[in-house]
Design a protein around this ligand. Structure first.
Ligand code: PLP
Length: 400
């Protein structure tokens, strides 16, 4: 037993000190999470939770996967930092491992530290390669909250107070090819979108739309940037969600779970586009050996434990069960693999609170969607338990 497990930590003190110092940017839940193992998290008072959030879609392998822990521990004892002005063995191996998983000629990489930073990179790279300025993204799209990424993010709630944002970024309706066609002009550098809109309520695009969009971009010399920060690395039942539509983007953005929970973002592009001019972009921590070791271990574990396949089959069962539950408060169940949204006919916050009081952590996606992003290692029995509890909670909401 480790010391954290044995020690009772003063939860009230953690909450009050954090509240005293926090930025205030996050809507916080009243638990101090101090330990994780597999699909479970524990708070400071020893209460156990089933984690259907993966820490915002990050913990694909669950928490403290022993192989990941070992890889990180070994690399931490060997070399933690090494900027890209030098070469490094772990970075080299990670490039090779990831390139092997990617479709087409996606094998030029810029390594950074978060999803938003990957989007920033993708926008800069698209402008550089095309020598055009405009980026078209979609209504409902979420791409992060740094100023460039925020300019591509649609929700006015996130944008309020930060104008002026980047010029030449336009939003058109999602899944609407005609709208995209009308918006594309000679100054369009790129189209940027998610394959499944996550924050907007788990809304998938159709295969027809994605394939026609690919053709449209090719006709106009426009780069297709897919934001797979949330959908990538097996989450939707395939290594990348674009594979479902048999579409390869020119630029792909990855983040969240790619290094199993250590901070990493990746911009990948088709090598026919070329390389960046020296000094045109950079990141101090990008591609450091510690995260590269974690990312290599993550890719290996995803492969060895066949987690994309597990996400596909468990996700299908989960979708079927939830779709078989008919209730006046439940409008629709959507998703792919282990990325599932339940659209309610009421606000989601009370449902999340009730689930948490029953030991289940889930996420919102917009005001009325309950979003499930469990670790891909989740066992069927845990998913069955989660399904039963979610159904019971929705049934009980009606009586509240
Ligand atoms: N893109 C998508 C699709 C996301 O879901 C997110 C985060 O939720 C981001 C970008 C931003 O990633 P980060 O929070 O790591 O900056």
């Amino acid at each position: 037993m480790d010391s954290i497990h044995e020690t009772v930590i003063d939860q009230a003190n953690i909450l009050s000190v954090e509240d005293d110092h926090t930025s205030g940017a996050y809507p916080k839940r009243p638990a101090a999470i101090v330990r994780g193992e597999g699909v479970h998290l524990w708070d400071a008072e020893g209460r156990r939770y089933l984690d259907l959030t993966s820490g915002q879609g990050v913990a694909l392998l669950g928490h403290t996967h022993p192989e990941l822990v070992k890889a990180v521990q070994e690399q931490a004892a060997r070399l933690i930092t090494c900027p890209e002005i030098f070469y490094n063995d772990l970075r080299q191996a990670f490039y090779e491992d990831l390139a092997e998983k990617l479709p087409g000629n996606l094998s030029r990489f810029f390594l950074c530290n978060s999803g938003a930073e990957a989007i920033e990179g993708a926008i800069k790279i698209a402008r550089l390669f095309t020598e055009r300025t405009q980026v078209i993204s979609t209504r409902g799209g979420f791409h992060g909250r740094t100023l460039g990424a925020l300019s591509a993010t649609w929700n006015p709630r996130y944008r309020k107070g930060f104008d002026p944002l980047l010029p030449d970024i336009q939003h058109v309706p999602f899944n609407d090819l005609e709208a995209m066609q009308s918006a594309i002009s000679e100054k369009t550098a790129a189209v940027l979108l998610e394959v499944i809109q996550g924050e907007n309520g788990v809304i998938p695009c159709s295969t027809e739309y994605m394939q026609n969009l690919r053709r449209l971009c090719d006709q106009h010399g426009v780069l297709l940037i897919l934001d797979e920060v949330q959908t990538g690395l097996g989450r939707t039942g395939r290594w990348f969600a674009c594979l479902q539509h048999e579409v390869t983007p020119n630029i792909l953005c990855l983040g969240k779970g790619i290094a199993g929970g250590l901070p990493m973002g990746v911009v990948v592009w088709d090598r026919s586009l070329g390389t960046l001019p020296s000094g045109s972009h950079g990141s101090t921590f990008g591609g450091n050996p510690l995260v590269c070791a974690a990312a290599r271990a993550t890719l290996r574990i995803l492969e060895e434990e066949q987690l994309p396949q597990a996400a596909a089959s468990n996700g299908e069962t989960l979708l079927e069960e939830l779709r078989g539950f008919h209730h006046p408060l439940l409008r629709e169940v959507r998703g792919a693999g282990l990325m599932i949204g339940l659209e309610l006919r009421q606000r989601v916050t009370p449902v999340l609170k009730k689930l948490m009081s029953q030991g289940i952590l889930a996420l919102p996606a917009g005001p009325t969607v309950l979003r499930l992003l469990p670790p891909l290692i989740i066992a069927r029995k845990d998913l069955e338990f989660a399904t039963e509890e979610i159904i019971r909670t929705i049934e009980e909401m009606e009586n509240d």
